[in-house]
Design a protein around this ligand. Structure first.
Ligand code: B12
Length: 438
C-alpha cells in the first residue's frame, strides 16, 4: 500500500488584533517563524513503526490549507491532531475519504475526543501511537470497517525500544529546526497542561544511547541540524541529564528544550549544559506570584513552591550561558489585572532573554477544562480553533475577559517591540560580560 503521513504545521490565532500585532512585532515574529516550520515527530515515529512492505511518504499541508496532490494517491493517510487545527484536519480527512482514501487520526485532541473524530476518520487512535498504528495499517489492508483503537488495549510503548523516527522521509524541505524526543510525560500535574501528560500517565526518560542514535539518524540526512527536544520536561532526573549532556556534547550541535525550574538546583548539570550545545531552556514560570500559583500543580504544589527564588533561579541558569525562555500564563484564578505589569517587570528585572505570554486556555481533557465547565465559565465551548493559547475562551475570576485580552495585547507590545527585545537581551549579555571580566 501507499501510506501518507500528513502534517499540518504553522501557528494559529483567531484574534485579528493579535494577528496584526504579531505581524509587526519583531520578537513575536521571530519566534513564530522559528516554530512554524517544525516537522511532526509523532508522524515520523509512526512511519518508523509501520510494518515493512509499504511505500511511505511524508506531506506537509500547504499554508493555504490545501491538501498536497500526492495524499490523494495514498491508500491510507495518517493525520495528527492538536485542538487548534482539528477542524482543518477534519475537513482534510473528509476530502480524502470522499476521494476513497482511508484516514487514520491520532494525537492529543482526538485522544480526548475520539467519538468526535470518528465522524471524520476511519481509524481513530487514542494514546501513544507506535504499538497501535500497525493495527490501523492491517485494518486498511483488510478494508475493515471504521473503529476506535485504544493504546490501553495494546502492549504499552517501551520507551527504551522506540524506533528511530524516519527523518529520511522529510527530504530536503527547508525546516530550520528538528525535533528529537528524550522523554515522555511529566511528573507534575498542572491543571491547564494539554501536553503528553494527556497520553502517558507516567514520566519516562529514554536511555541516552537511544537519543544519541536518533540524533545520528537525523544527522545522516541533515548536516548540522538545530535541535528542539519535543519533551514536556527534560531535566527531571539530574544525573540522567548530565549523562545526556556528556553524550551529545561531541556532536557540537545547538539545541533547545523545555524543563522546570529545578534545573537551577544542580550546579553540575548547569555547568554541563552550554558545552553540550544547550542554548535555551523553555521554563513554565506561569506567574511570579505564589498566591496565584497555589494549587495550579496538583501533585505537590510544585509551581507555588518555586515562586520564591524564581528570579535567582532564572539568573543562575542564564549565568551559565544558557538563555531562559520564561513562559507566563495570563488569567489564572486569583490573577488580577495588575499581573501584566508584574510579569513585564519580572521579565526586565531578571532579565529574561526570551519571554512567552499566553492566555490560560482550557484544552479539552484537562482538569482546567472540567473545572471551568462545572463552574459555567467556558465562553466558547466547542470552538476548538480558538485553543491557540492567544484567544480567550473563558471568564477569568479576578478580571474581565476584555481586561485579559487587552492585557495580552499590551504585553505583546511591551515585551516584543524591537527596543524591548533588545533591552532584555542586552541585559543578559552584560551579565555575561561582567562574569567574563570577573
Ligand atoms: C513541536 C510542537 C509544535 C510544532 C508541530 C509540528 C507538527 N507539524 O506537528 C509546531 C511548532 C508547528 C506547533 C504548533 C502549534 N502548537 Co505545538 N507543540 C509542539 C510540542 C513542543 C511537541 C509536540 C511533539 O512533537 N510531541 C512528540 C510526539 C512524539 O508526540 P505526539 O505528537 O503526541 O504523537 C504521539 C501520539 O500523539 C500519537 N499520534 C500523534 N498523531 C497520530 C496520528 C495517528 C494516525 C496515530 C495512529 C497516532 C498519532 O502517536 C505519537 C507517538 O506516540 C508540544 C509540547 C510538548 N512538549 O509536547 C506543543 C503542543 C503540542 N502545541 C500546542 C499548541 C497549542 C500549538 C499551536 C496551536 C500554537 C499556536 N497558537 O499556533 C500550534 C498548532 C499548529 C497546528 N498546526 O496544529 C499544544 C497543544 C495542546 C492541544 N492539546 O491541542 C502543546 C501540547 C503545547 C502546549 N502549550 O500545551 N507545535
Amino acid at each position: 500500500m501507499k501510506i501518507g503521513f500528513l502534517a499540518m504545521s504553522g501557528v494559529r490565532a483567531c484574534d485579528p488584533e493579535l494577528l496584526r500585532l504579531g505581524l509587526t512585532l519583531p520578537g513575536f515574529v521571530q519566534r513564530s517563524q522559528v516554530i512554524a516550520s517544525l516537522p511532526s515527530l509523532g508522524l515520523l515515529y509512526l512511519a518508523a513503526a509501520t510494518p515493512p512492505g509499504h511505500e511511505l511518504e511524508y506531506f506537509e499541508a500547504e499554508s493555504d490549507r490545501s491538501v498536497p496532490d500526492g495524499a490523494f494517491a495514498c491508500d491510507l493517510v495518517a493525520i495528527s491532531s492538536f485542538s487548534a487545527q482539528i477542524k482543518e484536519a477534519y475537513a482534510v480527512a473528509d476530502r480524502l475519504r470522499a476521494a476513497g482514501v482511508r484516514v487514520a487520526m491520532g494525537g492529543l485532541h482526538v485522544s480526548v475526543l475520539p467519538e468526535e473524530a470518528a465522524r471524520h476518520a476511519d481509524y481513530v487512535v487514542v494514546g501513544e501511537g507506535e504499538n497501535v498504528w500497525p493495527e490501523a495499517v492491517r485494518l486498511t489492508e483488510r478494508a475493515a470497517p471504521p473503529c476506535i483503537l485504544r493504546a490501553a488495549d495494546f502492549p504499552p510503548v517501551d520507551i527504551a525500544s522506540l524506533p528511530a523516527p524516519r527523518y529520511d522521509l522529510l527530504g530536503d524541505r527547508p525546516y530550520n529546526r528538528f525535533t528529537v524526543q528524550t522523554s515522555r510525560g511529566c511528573p507534575w500535574r498542572c491543571s491547564f497542561c494539554a501536553s503528553t501528560v494527556m497520553l502517558t500517565g507516567n514520566y519516562r526518560q529514554r536511555p541516552v544511547a537511544g537519543v544519541v542514535r536518533d540524533i545520528e539518524a537525523l544527522m545522516a540526512v541533515r548536516e548540522r541540524p538545530f535541535l528542539e527536544f519535543a519533551d514536556d520536561n527534560t531535566f527531571v532526573n539530574k544525573r540522567w541529564g548530565r549523562e545526556l549532556c556528556r553524550a551529545i556534547a561531541p556532536y557540537r550541535l545547538k539545541w533547545f528544550t523545555e524543563t522546570d525550574l529545578s534545573v537551577a538546583d544542580d550546579p553540575a548539570l548547569l555547568r554541563e549544559l552550554r558545552p553540550a550545545g544547550c542554548r535555551q531552556l523553555l521554563i513554565g514560570l506561569e506567574s511570579p506570584r505564589a498566591s496565584v500559583l497555589h494549587g495550579v500543580e496538583a501533585r505537590s504544589d510544585f509551581k507555588a513552591r518555586r515562586a520564591t527564588g524564581m528570579l535567582d533561579a532564572v539568573r543562575r541558569i542564564q549565568d551559565h550561558g544558557v538563555t531562559v525562555n520564561g513562559c507566563f500564563v495570563l488569567g489564572l484564578d486569583h490573577d488580577t489585572a495588575d499581573c501584566f505589569e508584574r510579569i513585564r517587570d519580572f521579565a526586565f528585572e531578571a532579565p529574561l532573554y526570551e519571554v512567552q505570554v499566553t492566555a490560560l486556555t482550557p484544552f479539552p481533557g484537562t482538569p482546567m477544562y472540567r473545572q471551568l465547565e462545572e463552574q459555567g465559565r467556558l465562553t466558547h465551548a466547542g470552538a476548538w480553533e480558538r485553543c491557540t493559547l492567544f484567544d480567550i475562551n473563558f471568564r477569568p475570576d479576578s478580571m474581565t475577559a476584555d481586561e485579559l485580552r487587552e492585557g495580552l495585547h499590551w504585553m505583546m507590545e511591551e515585551l516584543y517591540s524591537a527596543p524591548a527585545v533588545e533591552a532584555r537581551r542586552r541585559g543578559v549579555l552584560s551579565r555575561w560580560r561582567k562574569q567574563c571580566a570577573a
